[in-house]
Write a protein that binds this ligand. Structure first.
Ligand SMILES: *[C@@H]1O[C@H](CO)[C@@H](O)[C@H](O)[C@H]1NC(C)=O
Ligand SMILES: *[C@@H]1O[C@H](CO)[C@@H](O)[C@H](O)[C@H]1NC(C)=O
Ligand SMILES: *[C@@H]1O[C@H](CO)[C@@H](O)[C@H](O)[C@H]1NC(C)=O
Length: 551
């Protein structure tokens, strides 16, 4: 029922938005969308065990944010929880506006009982994303929801308009309260094996998607879980991959799709079966024992009850090779435009000279009797003042720029506040090296990057000859397989203080993150760089820590 209501709500929001757009087009400028979101506790039992969850306007998952390229969103978030709260917009770029990123390094939390209005533009973006609570492991209790940024009407979408769109939020679920899970981590333990996998916040067989024979549907899928990769497949239906995290992909059919924590995909599914039947949508866990399954039901008109037959088969649970081959098969469609009319391929990233090489190696270490996760030997600790505010108010002793080496240097693992100083407009090459036997996923806020290569073993510069310098996919979250590396290239075209993190909640919470401070050098030499300044500090900014006394 909950899932059905969720979709009703979405459809309703769609109609509202269309009306709004008509009005928006009548007036000049980009439409402003206003939302009031009440974040509060509620009780749900997605796996039969009652848990205090986080709902937004009573909904679990939260409302879908539906916008169009360049819309300006104002989201007034009222925190009725007993803990501080922030939302982050996973993959939404907020150009030159890291003030709105909603992570500990950029924002003071919204205190319990208070509200704060996020205000940002969906500048030059299209695609499928999601938002989630960034603090205190609250994501384990919900508070997440889908984000859709549609093309402006004047920019063609590179596939026929689907009959309907569905959000599919898949995630591992723990019956334990997020505060208890946090306490485990605080006391040096790991998260347990999840209790199950939810699709749109409900247990197996509760989420249903109605299909009309012959119609095509766009599924916007995100892995909103804490730590578990999933493999998604639909009985007797193929998925045509069309988009990932704001890039249109070369269209390819997949029988099953691996989706790692924090990643988003759009697929088209054509309802080529006949009325009267229903089919399994299965999301099984990857790389853990026991294998867990989230199950939803595709219902054709007149179907009664459960699907029949065996589950559609998936890859073997520990088949990393299969997963890596699939990741390599996902390519950028060079011929089509995304948010702008010019084709994606007109940005010839392969011709740009790299200005800096960085190797980020993730590891784990015991520091002060606690298990921590590190990047180049440093396990991130939050200072008492958000980095962005410390930078703005020139509080010089909160953090130091370039406080992390640009390659592992064999140092003894330690706590620290890692900030890379990087130059606006530079084009950098980053190798994520994973020397652990578990999968890793990395995300960079404010950016999409080109995934130019990945392979097993240790990276060395000879691997560059294997890079895809033509049509590598551009996205914001990428996996690194166990004892493997993934190489990316990124144009630093977005000024600000941006979070680079493990998408896995446990590794993030225990220190696997850093910030990149991307600053224009235009002030120093205005003749060379066409400086676009950052968006000014918001009038409603919340001050805390050592920035608390500044007005
Ligand atoms: C809090 O909500 C009130 C009422 O909706 C609004 O007027 C005010 O601007 C909000 N405060 C912030 C800091 O966004
Ligand atoms: C529908 O498409 C799937 C995937 O291509 C195929 O396996 C199946 O046989 C098709 N079914 C019908 C009834 O055409
Ligand atoms: C890249 O570097 C080479 C050699 O320094 C130079 O000739 C070329 O113009 C540069 N390309 C770009 C796009 O800047």
């Amino acid at each position: 029922m909950e899932a059905v209501n969720h979709f009703r709500h979405t459809a309703y929001a769609c109609i509202q938005l269309q009306l709004f757009l008509l009005i928006g087009f009548a007036s000049a400028g980009n439409p402003h969308l206003h939302y009031d979101w009440l974040v509060s506790h509620a009780h749900r039992a997605p796996l039969g065990i009652v848990k205090q969850v986080i709902v937004i306007n009573g909904q679990f998952p939260g409302p879908t944010l539906i916008a169009t390229t360049n819309d300006i969103l104002n989201i007034n978030v009222r925190n009725d929880l007993t803990e501080p709260f922030l939302l982050t917009w996973n993959g939404v770029q907020q150009r030159r506006n890291s003030w709105q990123d909603g992570v500990q390094g950029t924002n003071c939390p919204i205190p319990p009982g208070k509200n704060w209005t996020y205000s940002f533009q969906m500048k030059d973006q299209i695609g499928s994303f999601f938002y989630f609570p960034s603090l205190l492991l609250q994501k384990a209790s919900g508070g997440f929801g889908a984000v859709r940024i549609n093309n402006r009407i004047i920019i063609p979408v590179p596939f026929p308009s689907p009959f309907q769109e569905f959000d599919v939020l898949i995630g591992d679920w723990f019956n334990a309260d997020h505060r208890d899970l946090r306490s485990l981590l605080d006391h040096g333990n790991s998260l347990p094996i999840p209790d199950g996998i939810l699709i749109n916040g409900v247990r197996p067989y509760q989420a249903t998607f109605g299909f009309q024979p012959g119609a095509t549907y766009r599924l916007r899928i995100s892995n909103v879980g804490l730590k578990t990769s999933v493999n998604l497949r639909i009985q007797d239906h193929l998925m045509l991959l069309v988009e990932t995290e704001g890039s249109y992909t070369l269209k390819q059919y997949y029988e099953s799709l691996d989706i790692h924590v924090g990643q988003s995909y759009s697929v088209l599914v054509t309802a080529n079966q006949t009325a009267g039947s229903s089919y399994y949508m299965v999301a099984t866990s990857r790389f853990i024992i026991p294998e867990l399954a989230g199950i939803a039901v595709i219902q054709y008109p007149g179907s009664q009850g459960h699907p029949i037959g065996p589950f559609p088969p998936g890859p073997r649970p520990f088949d990393f090779r299969y997963s890596m081959e699939q990741a390599r098969s996902i390519r950028w469609d060079l011929k089509v435009g995304a948010a702008r009319p010019n084709p994606q391929g007109s940005f010839h990233y392969g011709l740009i000279n790299v200005s800096q090489n960085i190797i980020l190696e993730n590891d784990m270490a015991i520091i002060g009797n606690h298990q921590r996760y590190t990047v180049n030997g440093i396990s991130f600790v939050q200072p008492d003042t958000p980095l962005k505010l410390a930078d703005y108010f020139q509080l010089n002793d909160v953090f130091k720029g370039d406080s992390i080496p640009n390659a592992p240097d064999g140092r003894y693992p330690a706590l620290g506040t890692s900030v890379f100083d990087l130059k606006y407009r530079d084009f950098i090459h980053i190798v994520f090296q994973n020397s652990l036997p578990t999968l890793q996923t990395w995300h960079i806020d404010g950016y999409n990057f080109f995934v130019v290569g990945m392979d097993e073993g240790k990276w060395d510069s000879s691997r560059r000859s294997t890079y895809n310098m033509i049509d590598a996919i551009s996205r914001s979250t990428i996996q690194v397989y166990p004892n493997s590396w993934t190489a990316i290239m990124v144009e630093l075209d977005n000024q600000g203080m941006w979070n680079v993190r493990s998408q896995e909640a446990e590794k993030w919470y225990l220190g696997q993150e850093l910030y990149i401070r991307v600053k224009g050098v235009g002030q120093d030499d205005p003749s060379t760089i066409p400086t676009q300044d950052e968006v000014p500090i918001p009038a409603n900014v919340i001050r805390c820590g050592r920035a608390g006394s500044f007005t």
